[in-house]
Ligand binder design. Structure first.
Ligand code: NAI
Length: 350
C-alpha cells in the first residue's frame, strides 16, 4: 500500500498499531477507530492474510464496523479490532497470545478484545494472563454454549417482526414465509425462533446435514444454495456470507423484506438505494445483528444473561426509527442503510 492510500484509509481513525515479536512469532495489527463513547470493543481475528496490506485494511474496516454497531445498539463502547496474521490451525501458541496480551495491556484499556474468526475461548484465556482487557474467556457468557450466536439470532428475529409490521402492518409470522441462507450457529437458531412463531421456512446450506436437521425439526423446505435468494417469500434472511446483495442478486429477489445476520450484506453502498427502488425493505445488517456485542457489553458491565436479552429486544425500536427516517419517496429521503449511518453518526457526535 502506498503512503497516500494508507493515509486515506486511516481517515478518522484514532490509532493503528502494528506489532511484530520474533520470540513468539506474533505479527498483528490493532486498529482503534473511535473511543468517544467508551473503550474500543471488538474481537481478535486470526487469518492467513495474503499481505500485510490486506490485514491492515481488514482491521480498519472491522474496527469501523464495530464503532457503528455498538453506537447504534446504545452500548457505551467504541470500535476496535485486532488481527493476527497467521494460520489458526498451525500457528497458535500460548506465547503468541500472551505476547498479544502484553500489547493490549500497554493500551491501558483503550481496547478490549474478544473472540472472532479463527480464535477461541482458550486463546482468550492466554491473553487473560497478561491483561484484564479481554472477553469471551472460558466460563464467560460469550463463551458458554452458543449464547452470543443465540442472542444474535434473537435480535434478527425481533427485527424480522418489526420489518413485517412496517411492510404489512402486522408482525404476525403465521402465513409468512422466510428463506434462510446459512444454517450455522445463527441461522439455525433463527429458524427455531421463526418456526416457534408459525413461519414457513425455506432453507439452504452447504452442509447437507444441517439442511436435513432443519427439515426434520422445523418442517423447512430445502433448496440449493444458488437459488435460495430467488425464492418467492416474505423475508429473505442472509445468515452466511457478506456481499450477497449485489447487481446480480437484487434483480432476482422475490421477497418483500431482507433481514438477516450476515455482516456487510450490501456489496456496495449504492445497493441500499437499489433495494429501495425495488420496493424491498432492507433491515441494515449492523443494526440487527448486534445481539452478540450486546451480550459482551452486558457481561463487561457485570449484567446477567436475562438483562442482555432485554437489551437485545431494543433492536426492534432502533430498526423502527431507521424505517421511520427512510420511509417514503420524497426527494432527499435516505434508504435504510444510509439512514442508519446518519442516525449512528449523530449518536457518536461525528
Ligand atoms: P457459522 O460459521 O456458524 O455458519 C455459517 C453457515 O453458512 C455455515 O453452516 C456454512 O455452511 C453456511 N454457508 C456458507 N456459505 C454458504 C452459501 N453460499 N450458501 C448457504 N450457506 C452457506 O456462522 P454464524 O456464527 O452462524 O454467523 C453467520 C453470519 O452472521 C456470518 O456472516 C457472521 O459474520 C454473522 N454474524 C454472526 C454473529 C454471531 O454472534 N455468531 C454476530 C454478528 C454477525
Amino acid at each position: 500500500m502506498d503512503g497516500h492510500s494508507l493515509s486515506a484509509s486511516l481517515q478518522g481513525f484514532e490509532r493503528l498499531d502494528m506489532m511484530e515479536d520474533a520470540t513468539s512469532g506474533l505479527k498483528a495489527i490493532i486498529a482503534i477507530d473511535q473511543t468517544r463513547l467508551g473503550p474500543a470493543l471488538g474481537g481478535c481475528r486470526m487469518w492467513m492474510y495474503a499481505s500485510e496490506e490486506a490485514a491492515i485494511l481488514d482491521a480498519l474496516r472491522l474496527a469501523r464496523g464495530m464503532t457503528y454497531k455498538s453506537a447504534l445498539a446504545g452500548i457505551p463502547y467504541g470500535g476496535g479490532k485486532a488481527v493476527i496474521i497467521g494460520n489458526p490451525a498451525t500457528d497458535k501458541s500460548s506465547r503468541l497470545f500472551r505476547s498479544l496480551g502484553r500489547f493490549i495491556e500497554r493500551l491501558n484499556g483503550r481496547y478490549i478484545t474478544g473472540m472472532d474468526l479463527g480464535t477461541t475461548p482458550l486463546d482468550m484465556d492466554e491473553i487473560l494472563h497478561e491483561t484484564r482487557h479481554v472477553t469471551d474467556v472460558t466460563g464467560s457468557l460469550g463463551a458458554t454454549g452458543h449464547f452470543t450466536a443465540e442472542m444474535t439470532a434473537y435480535g434478527v428475529y425481533i427485527a424480522i417482526r418489526t420489518s413485517l409490521k412496517q411492510k404489512y402492518g402486522s408482525e404476525q409470522l403465521q402465513q409468512r414465509t422466510v428463506a434462510v441462507q446459512g444454517l450455522g450457529k445463527v441461522g439455525f437458531a433463527l429458524c427455531r425462533y421463526l418456526h416457534q412463531s408459525g413461519a414457513q421456512l425455506i432453507v439452504a446450506d452447504l452442509d447437507n446435514r444441517l439442511v436435513q436437521l432443519a427439515a426434520t425439526q422445523f418442517g423447512a423446505a430445502p433448496v440449493a444454495v444458488d437459488v435460495i435468494h430467488k425464492q418467492p417469500c416474505d423475508v429473505f434472511a442472509p445468515c452466511a456470507l457478506g456481499g450477497i446483495l449485489n447487481d446480480l442478486t437484487i434483480p432476482e429477489l422475490k421477497c418483500q423484506i431482507v433481514a438477516g445476520a450476515a455482516n456487510n450484506q450490501l456489496a456496495e453502498p449504492r445497493h441500499d438505494a437499489l433495494l429501495k427502488q425495488a420496493a424491498i425493505l432492507y433491515a441494515p445488517d449492523y443494526a440487527i445483528n448486534a445481539g452478540g456485542i450486546i451480550v459482551t457489553a452486558a457481561e463487561l458491565d457485570g449484567s446477567s444473561a436475562s438483562y442482555a436479552q432485554s437489551q437485545v429486544e431494543r433492536i426492534g425500536d432502533t430498526l423502527a426509527s431507521i424505517y421511520g427516517k427512510s420511509a417514503g419517496t420524497a426527494p432527499g429521503t435516505l434508504p435504510p442503510a444510509a439512514a442508519a449511518d446518519a442516525i449512528t453518526r449523530k449518536l457518536i457526535g461525528l
